[in-house]
Design a binder for this molecule. Structure first.
Ligand SMILES: C[S@@+](CC[C@H](N)C(=O)[O-])C[C@H]1O[C@@H](n2cnc3c(N)ncnc32)[C@H](O)[C@@H]1O
Length: 215
Protein backbone atom coordinates (compact mmCIF):
# COMPACT_ATOMS: atom_id res chain seq x y z
CA UNK A 1 0.00 0.00 0.00
CA UNK A 2 1.33 3.45 -0.92
CA UNK A 3 1.67 6.22 1.67
CA UNK A 4 -1.12 8.14 -0.10
CA UNK A 5 -3.47 5.14 0.13
CA UNK A 6 -2.61 4.66 3.80
CA UNK A 7 -3.28 8.34 4.50
CA UNK A 8 -6.73 8.10 2.88
CA UNK A 9 -7.72 5.53 5.52
CA UNK A 10 -7.41 8.09 8.32
CA UNK A 11 -9.03 11.53 8.68
CA UNK A 12 -7.02 12.69 11.71
CA UNK A 13 -4.92 11.22 14.50
CA UNK A 14 -7.40 12.63 17.00
CA UNK A 15 -10.31 10.78 15.41
CA UNK A 16 -8.32 7.54 15.42
CA UNK A 17 -7.60 8.02 19.13
CA UNK A 18 -11.15 9.09 20.02
CA UNK A 19 -13.23 6.76 17.86
CA UNK A 20 -10.92 4.12 16.36
CA UNK A 21 -11.69 5.66 13.00
CA UNK A 22 -9.50 3.81 10.49
CA UNK A 23 -11.21 2.97 7.21
CA UNK A 24 -10.81 -0.45 5.61
CA UNK A 25 -8.85 -0.55 2.32
CA UNK A 26 -10.92 -1.50 -0.73
CA UNK A 27 -8.89 -4.65 -1.45
CA UNK A 28 -9.56 -5.99 2.06
CA UNK A 29 -13.28 -5.19 1.71
CA UNK A 30 -13.37 -7.22 -1.51
CA UNK A 31 -11.70 -10.19 0.18
CA UNK A 32 -14.03 -10.06 3.16
CA UNK A 33 -17.18 -9.76 1.06
CA UNK A 34 -16.02 -12.72 -1.04
CA UNK A 35 -16.38 -14.84 2.10
CA UNK A 36 -20.15 -14.21 2.05
CA UNK A 37 -20.61 -14.01 -1.71
CA UNK A 38 -23.99 -15.76 -1.83
CA UNK A 39 -25.48 -13.27 0.60
CA UNK A 40 -24.12 -9.98 -0.73
CA UNK A 41 -25.61 -10.54 -4.19
CA UNK A 42 -29.04 -11.38 -2.79
CA UNK A 43 -31.34 -8.37 -3.26
CA UNK A 44 -33.40 -9.03 -0.13
CA UNK A 45 -30.53 -10.00 2.20
CA UNK A 46 -30.64 -7.38 4.97
CA UNK A 47 -27.09 -6.21 5.63
CA UNK A 48 -26.25 -4.07 8.68
CA UNK A 49 -22.80 -2.57 9.32
CA UNK A 50 -22.77 -1.42 12.95
CA UNK A 51 -19.74 0.90 12.55
CA UNK A 52 -20.24 1.81 8.92
CA UNK A 53 -17.99 4.90 8.58
CA UNK A 54 -18.55 6.39 5.15
CA UNK A 55 -19.74 3.10 3.69
CA UNK A 56 -16.59 1.24 2.64
CA UNK A 57 -18.49 -2.03 3.11
CA UNK A 58 -22.03 -0.89 2.40
CA UNK A 59 -21.23 0.67 -0.98
CA UNK A 60 -19.80 -2.59 -2.45
CA UNK A 61 -22.66 -4.54 -0.83
CA UNK A 62 -25.15 -2.30 -2.64
CA UNK A 63 -23.19 -2.67 -5.88
CA UNK A 64 -23.37 -6.48 -5.59
CA UNK A 65 -27.13 -6.30 -5.07
CA UNK A 66 -27.52 -3.96 -8.05
CA UNK A 67 -25.63 -6.38 -10.29
CA UNK A 68 -28.28 -8.97 -9.40
CA UNK A 69 -31.02 -6.40 -10.11
CA UNK A 70 -29.52 -5.68 -13.54
CA UNK A 71 -29.20 -9.36 -14.43
CA UNK A 72 -32.73 -10.27 -13.28
CA UNK A 73 -34.74 -7.15 -14.03
CA UNK A 74 -32.58 -5.04 -16.39
CA UNK A 75 -35.02 -5.46 -19.29
CA UNK A 76 -37.95 -3.85 -17.48
CA UNK A 77 -37.56 -0.23 -16.38
CA UNK A 78 -40.41 -0.68 -13.87
CA UNK A 79 -38.97 -3.81 -12.21
CA UNK A 80 -35.39 -2.52 -12.37
CA UNK A 81 -36.27 0.70 -10.51
CA UNK A 82 -38.38 -0.98 -7.86
CA UNK A 83 -35.91 -3.78 -7.14
CA UNK A 84 -33.01 -1.30 -7.06
CA UNK A 85 -34.88 0.66 -4.41
CA UNK A 86 -35.61 -2.55 -2.53
CA UNK A 87 -31.88 -3.41 -2.64
CA UNK A 88 -31.15 -0.02 -1.07
CA UNK A 89 -33.89 -0.62 1.51
CA UNK A 90 -32.08 -3.80 2.61
CA UNK A 91 -28.81 -1.90 3.27
CA UNK A 92 -28.35 -0.61 6.84
CA UNK A 93 -25.70 1.11 8.93
CA UNK A 94 -25.01 2.65 12.32
CA UNK A 95 -22.31 5.30 12.70
CA UNK A 96 -21.40 7.33 15.76
CA UNK A 97 -20.19 10.46 13.95
CA UNK A 98 -22.67 12.57 12.03
CA UNK A 99 -20.28 13.57 9.21
CA UNK A 100 -19.44 9.93 8.49
CA UNK A 101 -23.12 8.93 8.62
CA UNK A 102 -23.99 11.66 6.12
CA UNK A 103 -21.06 10.71 3.84
CA UNK A 104 -22.28 7.13 3.93
CA UNK A 105 -25.81 8.17 2.90
CA UNK A 106 -24.39 10.40 0.14
CA UNK A 107 -22.13 7.63 -1.17
CA UNK A 108 -24.98 5.09 -1.27
CA UNK A 109 -27.27 7.65 -2.90
CA UNK A 110 -24.69 8.40 -5.59
CA UNK A 111 -24.47 4.68 -6.46
CA UNK A 112 -28.26 4.35 -6.58
CA UNK A 113 -28.78 7.51 -8.69
CA UNK A 114 -26.08 6.51 -11.11
CA UNK A 115 -27.53 2.98 -11.48
CA UNK A 116 -30.95 4.40 -12.33
CA UNK A 117 -29.43 7.33 -14.26
CA UNK A 118 -31.48 9.91 -12.35
CA UNK A 119 -30.45 13.30 -10.95
CA UNK A 120 -30.88 14.29 -7.31
CA UNK A 121 -34.24 16.08 -7.85
CA UNK A 122 -35.87 13.06 -9.45
CA UNK A 123 -38.53 11.41 -7.26
CA UNK A 124 -36.57 8.13 -7.10
CA UNK A 125 -33.51 9.99 -5.80
CA UNK A 126 -35.63 11.84 -3.23
CA UNK A 127 -37.20 8.61 -2.01
CA UNK A 128 -33.75 6.99 -1.86
CA UNK A 129 -32.50 9.85 0.36
CA UNK A 130 -35.52 9.43 2.60
CA UNK A 131 -34.90 5.67 2.88
CA UNK A 132 -31.26 6.29 3.78
CA UNK A 133 -32.18 8.83 6.47
CA UNK A 134 -33.92 5.92 8.20
CA UNK A 135 -31.52 3.10 7.27
CA UNK A 136 -28.21 4.81 8.06
CA UNK A 137 -28.55 5.84 11.66
CA UNK A 138 -26.28 8.21 13.51
CA UNK A 139 -26.06 6.46 16.87
CA UNK A 140 -24.09 4.24 19.22
CA UNK A 141 -24.14 0.60 18.18
CA UNK A 142 -22.94 -0.51 21.61
CA UNK A 143 -25.64 1.16 23.71
CA UNK A 144 -28.12 0.88 20.79
CA UNK A 145 -29.16 4.48 21.32
CA UNK A 146 -29.47 7.69 19.32
CA UNK A 147 -27.58 10.86 20.35
CA UNK A 148 -30.66 11.92 22.38
CA UNK A 149 -30.61 8.63 24.32
CA UNK A 150 -33.70 7.20 22.59
CA UNK A 151 -33.47 3.59 21.37
CA UNK A 152 -32.32 3.02 17.78
CA UNK A 153 -35.11 1.75 15.54
CA UNK A 154 -34.81 0.41 12.01
CA UNK A 155 -37.38 0.15 9.27
CA UNK A 156 -38.00 -3.34 7.91
CA UNK A 157 -39.03 -2.84 4.29
CA UNK A 158 -40.96 -5.29 2.22
CA UNK A 159 -41.56 -5.14 -1.52
CA UNK A 160 -45.03 -6.52 -2.15
CA UNK A 161 -44.73 -6.37 -5.96
CA UNK A 162 -46.65 -4.14 -8.41
CA UNK A 163 -44.81 -1.06 -7.13
CA UNK A 164 -45.96 -1.33 -3.51
CA UNK A 165 -43.75 -1.13 -0.43
CA UNK A 166 -44.51 -1.88 3.21
CA UNK A 167 -42.55 -0.41 6.11
CA UNK A 168 -42.59 -1.60 9.72
CA UNK A 169 -40.24 -0.13 12.34
CA UNK A 170 -38.55 -2.29 14.98
CA UNK A 171 -36.25 -1.53 17.90
CA UNK A 172 -32.66 -2.49 17.09
CA UNK A 173 -32.36 -4.17 20.50
CA UNK A 174 -35.27 -6.47 19.59
CA UNK A 175 -33.83 -7.23 16.16
CA UNK A 176 -30.56 -8.38 17.73
CA UNK A 177 -32.54 -10.91 19.79
CA UNK A 178 -34.08 -12.57 16.72
CA UNK A 179 -31.06 -14.73 15.94
CA UNK A 180 -30.87 -16.00 19.51
CA UNK A 181 -34.33 -17.60 19.16
CA UNK A 182 -33.38 -19.60 16.08
CA UNK A 183 -32.99 -23.28 16.86
CA UNK A 184 -34.70 -22.93 20.25
CA UNK A 185 -38.21 -23.80 21.33
CA UNK A 186 -39.17 -20.23 20.49
CA UNK A 187 -37.82 -20.66 16.97
CA UNK A 188 -41.13 -22.34 16.12
CA UNK A 189 -43.11 -19.25 17.07
CA UNK A 190 -43.89 -16.74 14.32
CA UNK A 191 -41.60 -13.67 14.51
CA UNK A 192 -44.62 -11.34 14.65
CA UNK A 193 -45.64 -12.97 17.94
CA UNK A 194 -42.22 -12.48 19.50
CA UNK A 195 -41.40 -8.98 18.27
CA UNK A 196 -43.88 -6.19 17.90
CA UNK A 197 -43.29 -3.39 15.43
CA UNK A 198 -43.13 -0.01 17.11
CA UNK A 199 -44.84 1.42 14.04
CA UNK A 200 -46.50 0.00 10.95
CA UNK A 201 -46.73 2.41 8.01
CA UNK A 202 -49.36 2.32 5.27
CA UNK A 203 -48.48 0.42 2.09
CA UNK A 204 -47.16 2.97 -0.41
CA UNK A 205 -45.89 3.41 -3.95
CA UNK A 206 -42.75 5.42 -4.75
CA UNK A 207 -44.91 8.23 -6.07
CA UNK A 208 -46.93 8.35 -2.85
CA UNK A 209 -43.75 8.33 -0.73
CA UNK A 210 -42.19 11.08 -2.87
CA UNK A 211 -45.23 13.29 -2.39
CA UNK A 212 -44.74 13.32 1.37
CA UNK A 213 -40.94 13.47 1.41
CA UNK A 214 -39.50 16.87 2.21
CA UNK A 215 -35.85 15.91 1.54
C1 LIG B 1 -12.50 1.30 12.21
S1 LIG B 1 -13.67 2.49 11.54
C2 LIG B 1 -14.37 1.49 10.27
C3 LIG B 1 -15.28 2.23 9.32
C4 LIG B 1 -15.84 1.35 8.18
N1 LIG B 1 -16.56 0.22 8.70
C5 LIG B 1 -14.72 0.86 7.31
O1 LIG B 1 -14.41 -0.36 7.40
O2 LIG B 1 -14.16 1.63 6.54
C6 LIG B 1 -14.85 2.47 12.82
C7 LIG B 1 -16.03 3.42 12.64
O3 LIG B 1 -16.94 3.17 13.69
C8 LIG B 1 -17.40 4.37 14.25
N2 LIG B 1 -17.72 4.07 15.65
C9 LIG B 1 -16.89 4.04 16.74
N3 LIG B 1 -17.58 3.67 17.83
C10 LIG B 1 -18.86 3.45 17.44
C11 LIG B 1 -20.05 3.05 18.12
N4 LIG B 1 -20.06 2.81 19.43
N5 LIG B 1 -21.20 2.92 17.40
C12 LIG B 1 -21.21 3.18 16.07
N6 LIG B 1 -20.12 3.57 15.37
C13 LIG B 1 -18.96 3.69 16.04
C14 LIG B 1 -16.26 5.35 14.06
O4 LIG B 1 -16.73 6.67 14.03
C15 LIG B 1 -15.69 4.89 12.72
O5 LIG B 1 -16.30 5.55 11.64
Amino acid sequence: MSLKEAESLVKSKQRVADHGEVFTPASMVVEMLNLVKGETGRIDARVLEPACGSGNFLVPVLLHKLVTVQVRYGKSQFEKRHYALFALMCTYGIELLSDNAQECRDNLCAVFNSFLDVDRDNEWARVARWVLEANIVQGDALTMTLPDGEPITFPEWGYLGKGKFQRRDFRYADLTQRASFEGTLFGEIAEEDLFTAVRTHPIMTVHQIAKQVAI
